[in-house]
Design a protein around this ligand. Structure first.
Ligand code: 17E
Ligand code: FE2
Length: 408
């Protein structure tokens, strides 16, 4: 296959890309040959989109058994805990696959999903382990054992986490800010890090997703990651309390965060609305310090978190929507910041997920998307869509640019 006339990752120069045997074979100013030719017509060629944080067990359950009218994280957890009682394997598989198909149609080829393991039957886990295999042709799915109702604060929480790890999740999760007390929070972090190290798993913790400036689990997670030398394999998700910490504390914390080498995932769509719900005015905005983390050379990616569930009644499975909210909310509106913002849902996310062989380079797996604009700034301004998603050298998605008839 030859892809002609594309701007690779905002490169002003038009180039051609040749794919052979499912890998990028050659990138050059002009390549001609036989076989399938896709004319990019001056569009943008990017590595595939990555959703580095989503919950596919709760996806598409918005309104079941009730809508989240307060918009708090805690009402979301309460409503999900009710819905969880009626889960069946078939129900989870159907909804998860529907969302994955939606995501794939928008150029997402890599997904990290949390799966709630605070369920004595582990129904969602069994379902998503099967889904991970069944969707391989359209997306790489990583699963995180996520203890929604706590590890030490839920009956047999430690055993459920250990079972999930033995059954084959990719990463170990946690929720220290939701444990009954600060001591349990710290001990849950120590437990999950120990478990991950023992079984050689990645780590992705829902860490300090609360508007409480006194929450301090992030420093424990970073210390554990640093001392165990696991930083590159560890992710702190949400960390919205960082928006409430005082600057003197953040200055001291930032040194440790850099030393630890951990990754961060912010979820702008969801945390912009879950955050600040207990404030009158001034109202906290519920999003972590993305700009400062990036300025300190720390890896940050964006996730969508939810597609139509108790935490987000909206959510469309499209990472461009996530970037749009994120650049506004995080004050990343400088021109070059906008041009580069695709990295938050591509390259940076690939680092978070520890994806190998990712990116448009000769020799790598031929996974990429063609977006209908010459650069990513244009894609944001013009509401550009994914025209092609190419995976393992084959066309997975093809979409024609919208054809609007204008009668003036
Ligand atoms: N669970 C949680 O603790 N936090 C979230 N943002 C979601 C689920 C979506
Ligand atoms: Fe989450």
């Amino acid at each position: 296959m030859i892809i002609k006339n594309v701007h690779i990752e905002n490169n002003p120069k038009l180039q051609d890309v040749e794919i052979r045997d499912g890998r990028f074979y050659r990138i050059a100013d002009e390549i001609n040959g036989t076989g399938q030719v896709i004319d990019g017509k001056g569009s943008l060629l990017l590595p595939p989109f990555i959703d580095s944080h989503v919950h596919l067990d709760s996806t598409l359950t918005a309104g079941e058994p009730e809508w989240n009218e307060t918009g708090t994280l805690f009402d979301g957890i309460r409503i999900w805990s009710e819905r969880k009682k009626s889960l069946t394997k078939d129900d989870v598989k159907k909804r998860a696959k529907k969302s994955i198909e939606l995501m794939a149609s928008n150029g997402i080829q890599y997904i990290r999903s949390h799966v709630d393991v605070t369920d004595p039957k582990l129904t969602a886990l069994e379902a998503l382990l099967e889904v991970r295999e069944e969707v391989k042709d359209i997306a790489d799915l990583q699963l995180v054992a996520f203890p929604q109702e706590g590890i030490l604060s839920f009956p047999h929480g430690k055993d459920l986490m250990t079972t999930a790890v033995k059954e084959g999740v990719d990463a170990v999760g946690g929720i220290p800010h939701f444990e009954f007390n600060a001591d349990y929070g710290r001990r849950s972090v120590a437990f999950l890090m120990e478990l991950a190290e023992k079984y050689d798993k990645l780590v992705d913790v829902h860490c300090d997703e609360i508007d409480d400036p006194n929450t301090r689990n992030l420093e424990y997670l970073a210390t554990e990651a640093y001392e165990r030398g696991m930083g590159a394999r560890v992710t702190a998700s949400h960390t919205t309390a960082m928006a409430q910490y005082n600057d003197a504390y953040v200055c001291k914390l930032m040194r440790l965060l850099k030393m630890s080498g951990i990754n961060f995932v912010a979820n702008p769509l969801v945390n912009m609305h879950l955050g600040g719900r207990f404030d009158t005015y001034p109202k906290g905005r519920g999003i972590t310090r993305v700009k400062e983390l990036l300025a300190n050379g720390i890896n940050v990616s964006f996730g969508e978190d939810d597609i139509q569930d108790p935490w987000n009644p909206l959510g469309t499975g499209n990472m461009i929507d996530v970037v749009k909210m994120g650049v506004y909310a995080c004050h990343l509106m400088g021109h070059q910041q906008l041009v580069d913002s695709y990295k938050l849902v591509t390259t940076n996310a690939s680092r978070t997920l520890n994806v190998k062989d990712y990116g448009i380079k000769e020799g790598n797996e031929a996974n990429c998307v063609i977006v209908g604009s010459s650069d990513f700034y244009g894609a944001l301004v013009g509401d550009a869509t994914v025209l092609y998603s190419i995976r393992h050298g084959k066309v997975l998605v093809k979409r024609n640019a919208p054809d609007v008839e204008k009668n003036w």
